[in-house]
Design a binder for this molecule. Structure first.
Ligand code: EPZ
Length: 417
């Protein structure tokens, strides 16, 4: 089992590019089954979650190849409507195939996606929305057996702007001859990227990125080429690393508008932030200051996925920072590992209080989820001495060339097998 070795307290210097967005490319890859023609997806990161998604596409009968950041889905028919449990368990977000498979074949069989390290991951909003769209769903021994019974115009009001539920509605509604309106839809940039892909295929989606989305379905889809948007959370992670370790870095190939709440928190902490069209220049020298209170919210609020990396930087800030995690049940599991590095963190339910300390110290820590693992690396870069991080399977789900990119900024980091 490989581990990351990081020898900290080295200021970071230089330029680093941001790879394509995991949370955009996964639903886009699911959407490729809507078209029997070829799909070419560029700027696709090499991640274990992407490999799991390609395995599902092949299980559904499609030929999918990945090479040098480009996924090619060859022309072909989707010959299967079932996703086996072992593949569902590999990928938490595999539930987003439900809408696409139903749109393509009119039926779908898949197991309930497992919970994950962030707590139970219910899909009630996905299922209630699909039922409103005329899908009959029976739940049998942990399996979902779905079939499209009726097709009609539908207006769906989401009680919470769920990203995955919005994506599932879009993927199904695109493939039926009806009009669907989604009220209180998720507004994340990844929703806009999915809509852009689906519209390129021949769908007609208006309002993506707002809370009110209109989808006019179609039965004719054309081959498409698409470049995936930059990963705003990977960008936030690199920025957090500079905040923790100090230095001067240009983070490139990103959309700073997708990161506004994170940039303002880092500026409040005393980092110099200069946002260009597709870069963010960050300088941190001198003591980090506390960031008052950070509440995670649906977009355009502070992103829950950036909570852990920013907390790692806040552990070294002078003063107290309060985090309120409003999106997931249990997303503070990295706090315990940060405390083992010398951080002063009190967790009470959805609230974590971080009292900054002058120093963190390298030790052995274990990642328990994707962003929590990245947070341990951020802390290690600002810590004194060597940190050994295990559980790299979590980090590899969402970060492509993680240690190579940080090493290019001068970090003393290596993957030890
Ligand atoms: C997506 O997860 C992202 N994953 C998450 O990123 C991200 O944290 C999340 O959106 C919020 O931005 C992907 O896109 C693959 P939700 P998703 O549905 O779709 C509850 C990462 O680190 N909920 O908006 O699962 C749910 O339990 C990952 O890259 C219901 O109660 O997020 C959670 O508490 C982590 N019922 C909250 O809503 C439902 O039917 C947000 O879930 C669906 C969700």
């Amino acid at each position: 089992m490989s581990v990351l070795s990081i020898k900290g307290s080295v200021p970071l210097q230089g330029r680093v590019g941001v790879h394509g967005s995991k949370n955009s490319v996964l639903p886009i890859l699911a959407a490729t089954i809507l078209c029997d023609g070829q799909s070419v997806i560029r700027n696709c990161p090499e991640l274990s979650d992407v490999k799991s998604t390609l395995r599902i596409l092949r299980r559904l009968g499609r030929r999918a190849h990945y090479q040098d950041g480009v996924v090619t889905i060859e022309p072909g028919k989707t010959s299967c409507c079932e996703v086996p449990e072992r593949l569902m368990r590999e990928l938490r977000s595999s539930v987003v195939f439900l809408g696409a498979i139903l749109a393509k074949t009119g039926q779908a069989v898949m197991s309930y996606p497992g919970g994950c390290e962030l707590g139970p991951r219910p899909i009630d909003l996905h299922l209630s929305s699909l039922r409103q769209l005329g899908i009959e769903i029976t739940e049998q021994n942990g399996n979902l057996i779905c079939s499209a019974k009726k097709v009609h115009d539908t207006e769906i009001h989401l009680s919470f702007p769920s990203v995955g539920a919005t994506e599932n509605i879009m993927l199904y509604a695109c493939g039926i001859p009806a009009t669907t309106r989604v009220c209180n839809a998720a507004r994340e940039p990844e929703i806009e990227d999915l809509a852009c892909f689906l519209n390129s295929m021949g769908c007609s989606i208006r309002g993506a990125g707002s809370s009110d989305i209109f989808i006019h379905g179609t039965d004719s889809f054309r081959p498409v080429q698409h470049r995936v948007m930059p990963d705003r959370i990977v960008a936030a992670t690199y920025l957090s690393a500079v905040a923790a370790a100090g230095g001067e870095v240009w983070v490139e190939d990103l959309n700073p508008e997708h990161l506004s709440p994170v940039l303002s928190v880092l500026a409040e902490a005393g980092c110099e932030i200069d946002a260009g069209a597709d870069t963010v220049h960050i300088i941190r020298d001198g003591q980090l200051k506390s960031m008052s209170s950070i509440r995670t919210m649906p977009y355009p609020g502070f992103p829950t996925d950036a909570q852990a990396p920013i907390m790692a930087a806040a552990a070294l800030a002078k003063g107290t920072t309060v985090f309120v995690e409003n999106i997931f049940e249990s997303r503070f599991r990295h706090a315990g590992e940060l405390v083992r590095m010398g951080a002063d963190i009190q967790v009470e339910g959805h609230v974590a209080v971080i009292c900054g300390v002058p120093k963190l110290y390298g030790t052995h820590v274990g990642a328990t989820d994707l962003r929590g693992g990245a947070a341990l690396a951020v802390a290690a870069l600002g810590a004194k001495g060597e940190t050994i991080i295990s559980g790299l399977n979590h980090i590899d789900r969402g970060y492509d060339k993680f240690e190579e990119n940080l090493r290019s900024l001068g970090a003393r980091i290596e993957r030890v097998v």
